[in-house]
Design a protein around this ligand. Structure first.
Ligand SMILES: Cc1cc2nc3c(=O)[nH]c(=O)nc-3n(C[C@H](O)[C@H](O)[C@H](O)COP(=O)(O)OP(=O)(O)OC[C@H]3O[C@@H](n4cnc5c(N)ncnc54)[C@H](O)[C@@H]3O)c2cc1C
Length: 448
């Protein structure tokens, strides 16, 4: 009998799993509820839509996200290859034209004879082998079913997204192109603040009219404690933590001197949203401010006085399950061993992490893959999801902090990161070309 599997959710994890399993000979039924039933964040009917930023983060091997990309490329990820074919300028980051990316994923799925796509919301747990990849905006019907089937204490937090503006409305006499420390092709547009402008902006953010937590509760989620995920903290919330918090964080001016060589007091960067660079994202400006307040406050940014907003920032529910308490080491549910969990709902955080999760689950289903080495980011994300822990479970993204320490940690941070990446890739049997001299590399490999 042929291997058959149902995948619920045609997002990043679901599409990656579908493509992998289909090419391994599995017959895949991929269910996606959009466009019939939408989520609060998706805007198109496409599969694999990126709901917020168009950046899949750094490709450099001295970053954790770059290492995760290298790992899953080595393991056979499909979606990253597609992303590379629709990249937009973003320095060392892999940013994509989001619409083109989604269209190309749809095309790759359509070309696969082993995949049939069914546009329908699933609210019951299927019989037979299945992967649940319904994401952070899983429909209420499915959440409700999971809640009763698993007797689970569901966890969730809120997530904010940043506004996008029309390039034609930017005042180019006030902004300049530059990547931090000139590492890249000057893809970012920089809005420089002097001291007075910066504090006026911060004061406005703090005073701005914003949505309140209770406005996001619905019947199903009412009464559950409202909390943010630290990595997606709204900009006004960061401003409230201290008047200089932003200029030591997302608005730090280091390495972003203006064309005259002067360091501004603070800098807000704009990143292209699409290949034609007609739309720009306000980097780090995820917000809970009401639309009217956003218009007034973000127009205080030097160069954006006349900004036309193509999309306002907003806030959304972001659901995840308590995976370590629910899953077997192969991502299947202890209580429902035919059902596997992938993507953000499983408790990984970020686009590339969700792609990685879809791939790992598919490899467990198709090949019975053994857990990956603990020196790899993918191996540690896997452990984070499937191994019980003492502390409260929180979603995890790629970061070097989850890797075991090196025996002799170098003082130099960059060297340390390169050593982590070299070690991880060596554990996967890949000799990577990282700018580290051979002697140093040999030392790393011998010691670990
Ligand atoms: C508002 C928001 C902004 C985010 N911004 C970023 C960001 O900027 N950068 C980043 O790295 N990560 C971001 N994330 C986190 C995460 O990386 C993305 O949400 C990612 O797309 C999750 O991938 P996934 O495959 O788990 O789910 P998704 O990509 O969301 O895919 C799940 C799919 O399942 C469908 N679905 C849901 N319920 C059902 C059902 N019952 N039946 C059938 N289909 C169903 C949905 O329509 C959706 O297409 C954001 C998350 C949210 C909520």
């Amino acid at each position: 009998m042929e291997n058959e599997i149902t995948i619920i959710g045609g997002g990043l994890a679901g599409c990656e799993a579908a493509l992998y399993l289909a090419s391994a000979g599995w017959k895949v039924k991929l269910y996606e509820m959009r466009p019939g039933t939408n989520t609060p964040a998706h805007e198109t009917p496409y599969l694999a839509e990126l709901v917020c930023s168009n950046s899949l983060k750094s490709t450099r091997l001295d970053t954790a996200s770059g290492l995760l990309k290298a790992e899953i490329n080595a393991l056979g990820a499909n979606l990253l290859k597609i992303a590379e074919t629709c990249s937009v300028p973003a320095g060392h980051a892999l940013a994509v034209d989001r619409e083109l990316f989604a269209q190309k994923v749809e095309a790759a799925i359509a070309e696969q004879a082993n995949i049939s796509v069914i546009r329908k919301e699933i609210t019951e747990i299927p019989t037979g082998k299945a992967i649940l990849a319904t994401g952070p905006l899983t429909s209420d019907g499915m959440m409700s079913t999971l809640s009763s089937a698993l007797g689970l204490e569901h966890l969730y937090f809120f997530d904010a997204i940043a506004p996008i503006i029309d390039v034609a409305s930017i005042d180019y006499t006030k902004i300049y192109k530059k990547d931090r420390y000139d590492k890249g092709d000057a893809d970012y547009l920089n809005c420089a603040f002097d001291k007075e402008e910066y504090y006026r902006f911060v004061d406005a953010l703090i005073a701005g009219d914003k949505h309140e937590a209770h406005e996001f509760e619905n019947e199903f989620f009412a009464g559950i404690k409202f909390s943010y995920y630290e990595n997606c903290m709204p900009i006004e919330e960061l401003a409230r933590r201290g008047k200089d918090t932003l200029r030591h964080g997302v608005m730090r001016p280091m390495g972003l001197e203006n064309p005259e060589g002067r360091k501004p007091f603070g800098v807000l960067q704009l990143r292209a949203e699409n290949a034609d660079c007609t739309a720009y994202n306000l980097v780090g400006c995820q917000t809970m401010l009401r639309y009217g307040a956003q218009k007034d406050i973000f127009r205080l940014i030097p160069g954006l006085e006349q900004a036309e907003f193509l999309r306002y920032g907003s806030i959304h529910r972001n659901a995840y399950l308590n995976s370590p308490a629910l899953l077997n080491p192969d991502f299947s549910f202890v209580n429902l061993p035919q059902l596997y969990l992938a993507g953000q709902l499983a408790g990984v955080e970020g686009y590339v992490e969700c792609i990685a999760s879809g791939l790992l689950v598919a490899k467990c289903v198709a090949e019975g893959l053994d857990i990956l080495p603990e020196e790899t980011i993918s191996g540690q994300l896997w452990r984070h999801l499937c191994y019980p822990k003492d502390t409260k479970f929180q979603p995890m993204n790629a970061n070097f902090g989850i890797l075991p320490r090196l025996i002799n940690e170098p003082r130099d941070k960059k060297e340390k990161k390169v050593m982590y990446s070299t070690r991880a890739m060596a554990k996967l049997g890949v000799d990577v070309q990282i700018p580290v001299n051979t002697e140093e590399k040999q030392r790393i490999l011998n010691k670990e």
